[in-house]
Design a protein around this ligand. Sequence first.
Ligand code: MG
Length: 335
Amino acid sequence: MQASTEPARNLRADILVVDDNPANIELLVAILGSHGYRCRVANSGARALAAARADIPDLVMLDIAMPGIDGYEVCRQLKADAATQAVPVIFLSALNGVIDKVQAFTAGGADYIGKPFQLEEVIVRVENQVRVSRMQREVEQRNAELARVNAELLEATRSLEAGNARLRKLSESDGLTGVANRRLFDGSLLDAWSAAVRAHRQIALILIDIDQCKEYNDAGGHLAGDDDLKRVAQAMESESSMAGALVARYGGEEFSVLLPDPASTDVRALAEALRARVEFEALPHRRSVVAAVVTVSVGLAVMAPTAAHEPALLIDAADQALYRAKAAGRNRVSI
Ligand SMILES: [Mg+2]
């Protein structure tokens, strides 16, 4: 049988032989040893438990009838201990006794062998249990390895997603002011336009331009201008922080506030609030002919888009309103 053709593999299997009868131990050790198994022996239940816990064997061959702790109890204790519960147990029946098979399997036994021992039977049953136990261990190791690889993949996916989210945010925000950039604005306007066409609702756009920014930069230097662009951008973002409004840097000194669904918003009041908020910030503007502080002109357009038109129509309307606000003396809202 296979048992005798694989002696090299058996060398690594460590069998704990437990029997209170020295003759039985001698016989089993001789049989197993001649087939390449490494054997340890114990002549009582207590010694068997101590030996199994000290060095976990690949298999336990366990006599049932022993003084003190009997074989069933030894088996129950091995199965109750996480360290030894996977070790297969083969019960050895008493010479003239009938093995209680129900009790043997209930206690956690894997198999049983009746005395007197038949050499072939002992080897086949032992080989079988060692093979099953090895396969189980391999499956457990592979499962553990799979779980580890899965966890690594999950972690890699998470950090990739976080990286992508960071990149997306970077690619969609204005480097100087931190609000949305033109690219995100263009995409959002297109989306909002299509959604409004489908839902037959209005869409609003506010364009804001800092008054006489060129003069401001010429007077204060570009860095100071950058600082104030940031302040203006933040002021507008906090002023239009209601759900759905997108503040973007539209151009050099120009900002946009897109309201994809302005039904519940008083957009005129918002446009005026944006203008007032910038004035309230009181950023010094020495060369402005409008005021001593930085001010903005605001153009507002509200439209019910149709599929026949392009979003550029809304931008044009807001731009014309902005032009009128400038022409009318700046620091004001035009609709
Ligand atoms: Mg006995």
